[in-house]
Design a protein around this ligand. Structure first.
Ligand code: FES
Length: 161
């Protein structure tokens, strides 16, 4: 276990239990990483190294998986994850422009988290609401046809207050 605070040490113990509980699965890594991200909020190198040691896997393999899937994050994530759909319908109907507006309004780039840790901006594939394209999702809420800045500002404001 890396040099950690008491609180973190409890988190690592929790993760160790998860790893043990998944040991019977044929391919437990994705499940372990998913739960590790829930426990720590993200997957820093120390956590990946811990998993590599406990699961007896090369760290390069863990890193490869973490960086391959965009639902895994190596940096702390914001309270609200803003998932912009970049599926075909949304792309055609203006997802690039929506991403640009979100990046400007939040003052971050895709994949980053705002300084106040309120928002993280990520992209996803089709969320099944193509008729509302372009679409983005925050938590359980889906926002469609957001094609102007005022509408976007209004939505983000709800999460700021
Ligand atoms: S492509 Fe965006 S919801 Fe289907």
């Amino acid at each position: 276990m890396p040099q950690v605070s008491k609180k973190e040490s409890l988190l690592y113990k929790q993760l160790e239990k998860v790893i043990e509980s998944k040991s019977d699965l044929r391919n437990p890594l994705i499940e372990v990483l998913r739960e590790a991200q829930e426990i720590f909020g993200y997957l820093p190198m120390e956590v990946q190294t811990f998993i590599a040691e406990k699961m007896n896997l090369p760290i390069a393999h863990i890193y490869g998986v973490v960086t391959f899937y965009n639902f895994f994050s190596m940096t702390p994530r914001g309270k609200n994850i803003v998932n912009v759909c970049t599926g075909t319908a949304c792309y055609v109907k203006g997802a690039p422009r929506l991403i640009q507006m979100l990046e400007e309004e939040l003052d971050i780039k895709m994949g980053e988290t705002t300084k106040d840790e309120l928002f993280t901006l990520t992209s996803v594939r089709c969320v099944g609401a193509c008729s509302l394209a372009p679409v983005f999702v925050i938590g359980e809420e889906t926002y469609g046809r957001v094609d102007n800045r005022d509408k976007l500002k209004e939505i983000l404001h709800q999460y700021r207050s």
